[in-house]
Design a protein around this ligand. Sequence first.
Ligand SMILES: [Zn+2]
Length: 342
Amino acid sequence: MPKNKLVDFRAVREAVTMEDVLSHYGLLDNMKRSGDSLSGCCPIHTGSNPTQFRVSLSKNLWNCFSECKHGGNVVDFISRMEDVSAYGAALKAIEWFKLDPDRVYAEGEGASEPTEPRSSNEVPARPKSAPPSPPTEAKPEGNAPNPPLKFRLDKLQREHPYLTERGLTLETLVDFGVGFCAKGMMAGRIAIPIHNPDGQVVAYAGRHVGEPPESTPKYKLPPGFRKSLELFNLDRARLESGPLIVVEGFFDAMKLHQLGHRKVVALMGCSLSPAQEELIRRHTDQHSQILVMLDEDAAGRSARDEIAIRLAKFAFVRIHVFEKVDQQPEHLTAEQLAEVFA
Ligand SMILES: [Zn+2]
């Protein structure tokens, strides 16, 4: 088993079906098939109610409506069954299903994943028109939080053509502490600090400048950092009033902030982890309004309903639907943003 290699979680998810995994565990015959779905007792919490666990074959996702109160993709499933991290689960899937190493290992840029149980550091964004990208992180409960960093990346260049191109003003970049990093682990990337709700920096995300080549991740995160435990910009959004907007990406959040809507958090992906759900619950109440504004692409559309349903347990939730395919919050003008709340 290769060590310290970056796993392309998306490639693993695409190569393995829930049927493969259930069959691996000898569970497929226990499931009832009906159209696109399989249902049965939940093998994760070893439930006895045959309607609690459901699999969507077309979406390649599972859900437990009982004790697990959770769902996810094949990697999440293996992670829960084996009680290992998403990374560990992906390695198992690669081994069990003899996946092509050339496809599932991303040759890194020096970054490596820990081989010990830690959660995944999947890249936050995924290519446009990618297939639905379901929740990828699992088991954040009962684990230690991301420790605050003991260093700061200083000397970041605020002025960089890429940042100008994305429409961010110098004021916004200073506000978020974002800039081009010339050296160190994020060298050659745009460094974006991620804060915990108390405002301590827990990681820097490194955005590749421009569209990266196939094998290069768009975002680089420090090994061991678990983004599923954080919500980008929550430390400041929680102090603002008005509706909370939930977006996918760093740039969406920074852009809405720049347009004057500062109560915005980014999932850093298009899935809501249980820990992120809990963070939102803790910082809202039953009078709070939440606007789920994911990208208008296949992944965003497929994720937003489930996210809205989960948040609706404790707040008023609305889903924003963009008029055109592939639109995203980052593209909104001030006028368009005002119309969203008109
Ligand atoms: Zn369950």
